[in-house]
Structure formats: structure tokens, C-alpha cells
Design a protein. Structure first.
Length: 290
């Protein structure tokens, strides 16, 4: 998508951190922006910023729990009523869940998977058919993490699993949408200055039963951003460029490349040295691989 002027973007988790950085950048490129977010305080602060730069008329703030499917439909309807067809969908909402897997409860699993995977599923299921139907082209951006391309560190099992899933989902989605005029990008960000530390404040009531991650989330809530972490506007600029250039992968921090190389080298080295089958042609035919 080259021509973004006057078109509409729908951004989940759009009222703070990376989501807000993307919202500011897309608005600066002439788009009308819907920022959907769980936190009313973050929405209020975001709207105040857009008002301060005389952009509020091009912004619609909607309170949304991305795990709420009827709520997602209502948000999509409101967005289209205000701005017309959605052209860019940014599935950015996520939760920085962490804690030992042996202590994870079903509620912990359901929360992490429900937001980080289910929220993306709900965005795709709710808005993508509408984007295809209007026939004006568009772009989907799914936020994964650098954890999707590097080996997961201790206590990040649920988080890393969800982000690896979003990477694979995005790759498949790009192939399926190739003939529709809708591009796909997957954002794998490194350290940005965000509110991810506030995870325990963002836990929906339906997932707030038993948790084994209380101590881990309390520790996370007290973690401060390092002084050298990046401004989210950087992520916004990278997303804007990916939309314009129809770029699938958005990797943000070159410092992590050696860790990704080591991760994939371990996988490649585990392959048998010799092929197991005489030919791949029959297998490729069966699976529809060209």
C-alpha cells in the first residue's frame, strides 16, 4: 500500500507503547486511526496527545478487550460507521506474561493464549473478511516478538509460544492473501519503552482466577525500562515502511541477530545429513507446495 492518505487503520493495544507509536506514525502519514485498547486511562492519555497536535478529528478511541468477540464486532462496526472501510489492521494487543511453566495454572495459560493468540484470531476473523469484501486492498500487521525468532529464555514459555505462533500464522496468512491485494507483516520487536510491565493490571476478570505467576508478575511490575531502550515511534516508522513496501518480516534490533542465528543453526544442525526420501516431488505434490 503506497497511498495511505485518508485510509483507515484499526490498531489493537493502540493507546500506549508500540501500538501508540504505530498510531502516531500512521496518523502522521495521513491515515485515520482507530485505537482500541483495554485501558481507559491509556485511551484518555492517547486522545489528549492527538488533541495536542490537532489530530483528534482523525482518531477514534474505543475501549476493547480483544478476547471479547461480540465486543470486537461492535468496535469494528463503530469504526466503520465513523471512518468507513478499514484498510490496515494492526493486531498489536498483547500481554507480557511470564512465570515458571510448572507453576502455570489453566487461568494463566488461558490468559496468555487468549490475548496473544486469541486476540489476533479475533482481529482476523472480525475485520479481514470486511477488508477483502471492500476490494480496495489493505494490509495486516501482527505483533509477535523477538522471542519468536530466538530461543525462549527461562520463565517465558507461554509468552514465547504465543509469539512463535503469530510468526507462523502471519507467514501462512501472507500466502493465502497473495491474490487479494492485502499484504501481511509480522512485527518482531526487541526492547522498546512500553507498559508491558503492567501486565497484572490488564488481566480480564474471566482469567483472574487461580494464578501461579503472582510473584513473577509482581517482579515484572517493578521493572524499569533501561535508558537505552528504543522509543516506540521507531517501531511505528518500521511498520509504516513495511506497509508501503509489502514487507513480511519486521525485525527491529540488529543486536539480536547473533541470537537468532544461533537458534536457527541449532535447528539446521539437527537435520539428518542425507535425504530420507528418494525425491521430494511426490510429497510436494500431495501438500500442494509449488
Amino acid at each position: 500500500m503506497r497511498d495511505l492518505e485518508g485510509k483507515t487503520a484499526f490498531i489493537t493495544g493502540g493507546a500506549s507503547g508500540i501500538g501508540l507509536g504505530i498510531a502516531k506514525t500512521l496518523a502522521g502519514a495521513g491515515m485515520r486511526v482507530v485505537i482500541a485498547d483495554l485501558r481507559q486511562d491509556h485511551l484518555d492519555a492517547a486522545v489528549a496527545w492527538f488533541e495536542s497536535v490537532q489530530k483528534a478529528r482523525d482518531v477514534l478511541a474505543i475501549r476493547l478487550d480483544v478476547t471479547d468477540r461480540p465486543g470486537f464486532k461492535a468496535a469494528a462496526d463503530a469504526a466503520e460507521a465513523q471512518f468507513g472501510p478499514i484498510h490496515v489492521l494492526v493486531n498489536n494487543a498483547g500481554v507480557g506474561i511470564e512465570g515458571p511453566l510448572l507453576e502455570a495454572t489453566y487461568d494463566d495459560w488461558d490468559w496468555g493464549l487468549g490475548v496473544n493468540i486469541g486476540g489476533v484470531v479475533n482481529g482476523i476473523r472480525t475485520l479481514l473478511p470486511r477488508m477483502v469484501a471492500h476490494g480496495q486492498g489493505g494490509h495486516v500487521v501482527n505483533t509477535a516478538s523477538m522471542a519468536a525468532v530466538t530461543r525462549a529464555r527461562q520463565n517465558f514459555g507461554i509468552y514465547a509460544a504465543t509469539k512463535a505462533a503469530i510468526l507462523a500464522l502471519s507467514e501462512s496468512l501472507q500466502a493465502e492473501l497473495a491474490e487479494t491485494g492485502i499484504g501481511v507483516s509480522v512485527l518482531c520487536p526487541g526492547p522498546y519503552k512500553t507498559n508491558i510491565r503492567e501486565a497484572k493490571l490488564n488481566r480480564p476478570e474471566k482469567f483472574a482466577g487461580e494464578t501461579g505467576f503472582g510473584a513473577s508478575l509482581e517482579k515484572l511490575s517493578k521493572r524499569e525500562d533501561a535508558s537505552n531502550w528504543t522509543d516506540p515511534l521507531d517501531a511505528g516508522e518500521r511498520v509504516l515502511n513495511a506497509i508501503r513496501e509489502d514487507q513480511l518480516y519486521i525485525l527491529t534490533h540488529g543486536e539480536f541477530k547473533p541470537f537468532a542465528e544461533a537458534h536457527y543453526k541449532g535447528i539446521l544442525d539437527a537435520f539428518p545429513a542425507e535425504p530420507t526420501m528418494d525425491s521430494m516431488e511426490e510429497t510436494m505434490r500431495v501438500f500442494g507446495i509449488k
